[in-house]
Ligand binder design. Structure first.
Ligand SMILES: Nc1ncnc2c1ncn2[C@@H]1O[C@H](COP(=O)(O)OP(=O)(O)OP(=O)(O)O)[C@@H](O)[C@H]1O
Ligand SMILES: [Mg+2]
Length: 258
C-alpha cells in the first residue's frame, strides 16, 4: 500500500499570501509620518528616490537582504526602514518584508500601530516557532512585518546563534525573490549590528545631520567592513526635500550608491 507522504512538518515557508493579515491603525500610521504607502503624498518622494536606487541594485545585482543602521542612536533608522519598505512594496513587483532586529528597542510594530502575538525575539530565543508565525502581512499591501519584543538578555547572544543564521537563510530561500529590509540597532550600541549584517547582502547607513560626526561614520563603516554599503542617507538635513512640510527636515535625496 502506498504511504501518505506529508510535507515535512519542519519546513518553513514564507510566501506573503500565507502570513496572517493585520490592519495597521490609520491614525497611528499618519501620526508617525509613514508616507511610503501613498504615492500622492509628496512626502513619499525621498523614499521613492531611494527605492529607485535599490530597485536597480535588486534587478542588476540580486541585492535582496538589506540592513539599515547608523553610527549612533535615534538617527531615523526605523522611520526610514518602514517608509522604504512601504515604498518598495508599492512599486516593485515583489513582496517586501521588514524585519525588526533591534531586539533592545524594537519600534516597528508601534510605529505602524499593529499588535502581535509572536515576535522575532521569540523565534530567536528558541521558542518552538516557525518564522512564518512571526510574520504579519499588512492588509491590502505586499508588505509583511516581522516585529520584535524588547529582550532583556544579551541580545548579541540571540544574533550570534544558529537561529539567526536560520532566519537569514529562510529569508533568502523561502521568500520567492522578496526584498527584505532589516531594521538594526546603531553600530556603536552593542555588537548586534555588526553581527547581523555579516549575512546580509549590504546595508544602508543613516547619518543624523549635524549629529553624526565624520569620525563616527568612518569608524562604524570600518566595523561593518567587508559587508557592502549600498548607500548613505542624510537625515534631518536643514533645507532638505522634506523641509517645506515643516516636520524635522530631512533630505533623502542625498542618497547615493558607490
Ligand atoms: N526625517 C524625519 N522627519 C520626521 N521625523 C523623523 C525623521 N527621522 C526620524 N524621525 C522621528 O524621530 C524619532 C527617531 O527616529 P527613529 O526611531 O526612526 O530612529 P532610530 O534610528 O530607529 O532610533 P533607535 O536608535 O532608537 O532605533 C522618531 O519619532 C521618528 O518618527
Ligand atoms: Mg529604531
Amino acid at each position: 500500500m502506498a504511504e501518505f507522504d506529508p510535507a515535512p512538518i519542519n519546513s518553513d515557508h514564507l510566501e506573503i499570501e500565507g502570513l496572517q493579515v493585520v490592519q495597521p491603525r490609520r491614525g497611528v500610521v499618519e501620526n508617525n509620518r509613514i508616507v511610503g504607502f501613498n504615492s500622492r503624498d509628496k512626502r513619499s518622494r525621498p523614499f521613492n528616490l531611494m527605492r529607485t536606487q535599490l530597485a536597480k541594485q535588486f534587478t542588476e545585482e540580486q541585492i535582496r537582504l538589506i540592513g539599515v543602521t547608523s553610527a549612533t542612536p535615534a538617527a531615523g533608522k526605523s522611520f526610514l526602514s518602514v517608509n522604504l519598505a512601504a515604498s518598495l512594496s508599492r512599486v516593485l513587483q515583489v513582496p517586501t518584508y521588514l524585519v525588526d532586529l533591534d531586539l533592545r528597542r524594537g519600534s516597528v510594530a508601534e510605529e505602524l500601530g499593529i499588535e502581535f502575538e509572536n515576535g522575532i525575539s521569540d523565534y530567536l530565543l528558541g521558542e518552538d516557532l516557525k518564522l512564518r508565525d512571526t510574520g504579519l502581512r499588512l492588509e491590502g499591501t505586499k508588505m509583511a512585518v516581522f516585529p520584535t519584543r524588547t529582550v532583556s538578555i544579551d541580545s548579541a547572544q540571540a544574533i550570534a546563534g544558529g537561529k539567526y543564521d536560520a532566519l537569514v537563510q529562510t529569508m533568502r530561500n523561502k521568500t520567492a525573490g522578496a526584498v527584505v529590509i532589516f531594521d538594526l540597532p546603531p553600530v556603536f550600541a552593542n555588537d548586534d549590528a555588526v553581527l547581523s549584517t555579516r549575512l546580509l547582502d549590504g546595508y544602508i547607513m543613516v547619518i543624523d545631520s549635524g549629529k553624526t560626526t565624520r569620525r563616527q561614520l568612518t569608524d562604524s563603516m570600518e566595523m561593518l567592513n567587508p559587508v557592502p554599503c549600498l548607500g548613505t542617507v542624510l537625515n534631518r538635513y536643514a533645507g532638505g526635500i522634506l523641509d517645506s512640510y515643516g516636520y524635522g527636515s530631512a533630505s533623502y535625496d542625498q542618497y547615493y550608491s558607490d
